[in-house]
Design a protein around this ligand. Sequence first.
Ligand code: PLP
Length: 390
Amino acid sequence: MKVIYVDNNATTMVAPEVLDAMLPYFSTNYGNPSSMHSFGGNVAGAMNEARDNVAKLIGAQPEEVVFTSCGTESDSTAIRAAIESYPHKKHIVTSRVEHPAVKNLYETLSKKGYRATFVPVDSNGRLDIDYLYDSLSDDTAIVSLMWGNNETGVVFPIEEISREVKSRGILFHTDAVQAVGKIPINVAETGVDMLSLSGHKFHSPKGIGALYVRKGTKFSPFMIGGHQERGRRGGTENTASIIGLGKAAELAAAHLAENGYERISRMRDRLEQTLLDRVPNAMINGDPANRLPNTTSIAFEYVEGEAILLMMNEYGICASSGSACTSGSLEPSHVLRAMGVPFTAAHGSIRFSLSRYNTEDEIDVILEKLPPVIKRLRELSPFWKEAMGT
Ligand code: PLP
């Protein structure tokens, strides 16, 4: 059975060009980039090229890019660097819809003497910006807000917010793990001090990420060790994956430049609109006007998301009932709860996230298979029968 993979916010396929670029760094080019000999030096040269490509994708200078092991490490590094750099400041700000990489760190810090503000969102997942600005004070060490939401795709107005936060002399970090490679990003034109990205969300391998740190930003390393990454992250570099990340960044930049996401968003819109037309009591979670081009979260009322996933799995369709990190739990996700999505809708919410490897034919298969799945499940659902008075 052919797999129809529409779970690209969980992870993506490694692009064939990325794998090809990486392979020599496991075999013939296995040198250590810190070595004095040219066998290692050549690897350092290739890593610099990768750094250039990652920098170009986000509008940074190459020396502002620090390679890390993943998006989670980038987030932790940024937030911990901020509180270490400003030890007298005890207030930290984020939103209620962040990925656990930020949310759980803030919760941990709030048990260790920090005052954490979790800014609310409205029913469309839009940030309450006035609440955010009202919460800021001289005691605020950092504001960390995601650029694009992993579950709903809702995009926060990061350029506008970062400028305002910066004008108040407060550090600004953005978790752009879901946004990088999907929408144009230029850190030089925003006030962003630090930005996290993760390779496996845009067709490079799992276990490689980067943190952008604006030149002049106070910083202290999370991983203390050797002089790698200009002393900002100790540890021998994951050279093959760094080369892969560089190639993936080059491909993503080319794809963005040729407006490749227009095709993806057209497919997403057709999937979404046709499902809404064919399935009663279905609705979109999140502001349709401000979303990542590849993501839709659709609530099918009075059915269990997990049951939908299992039945779609029978047809080879891979989607998600929420964040990959929260699936397995039957609690509605914290993102949908923060938006006030009713329980009966949150439980039946499915996230479809597309990539440039999806095709119109795959969308046709989903459109053929999914509506009867929902119909069958509703026929078995006491909640649906009660709601319909049957
Ligand atoms: N931030 C967001 C918004 C994410 O979606 C994810 C992964 O799903 C992460 C952070 C964590 O990235 P990683 O899996 O590379 O640690």
